[in-house]
Design a protein around this ligand. Sequence first.
Ligand code: SF4
Ligand code: SF4
Length: 73
Amino acid sequence: MKPYIVMQKCPAMADICKVIPICPTGAIRYVADARERLGGRIVIEETLCNACGRCVTECCGQAIAWQEEGNPA
Ligand code: SF4
Ligand code: SF4
């Protein structure tokens, strides 16, 4: 399983995001995107993620959930 971000729950602000600094593999980052409602989004780079689960417990808005294999959200 890999974590994914539930966009509706995430304020997508790099300066308040708690999980960018705590991800041990640097898999989480902020991407500015003018098309997004809030001007950007937080993304998880799946190939860098080791599925440690820290982001799921530390996320400030409970916006990170596990994605079942073969059952993309
Ligand atoms: S901690 Fe979670 S809800 Fe808060 S900005 Fe980061 S990904 Fe979004
Ligand atoms: S599960 Fe661990 S490695 Fe993967 S994005 Fe979350 S904190 Fe980073």
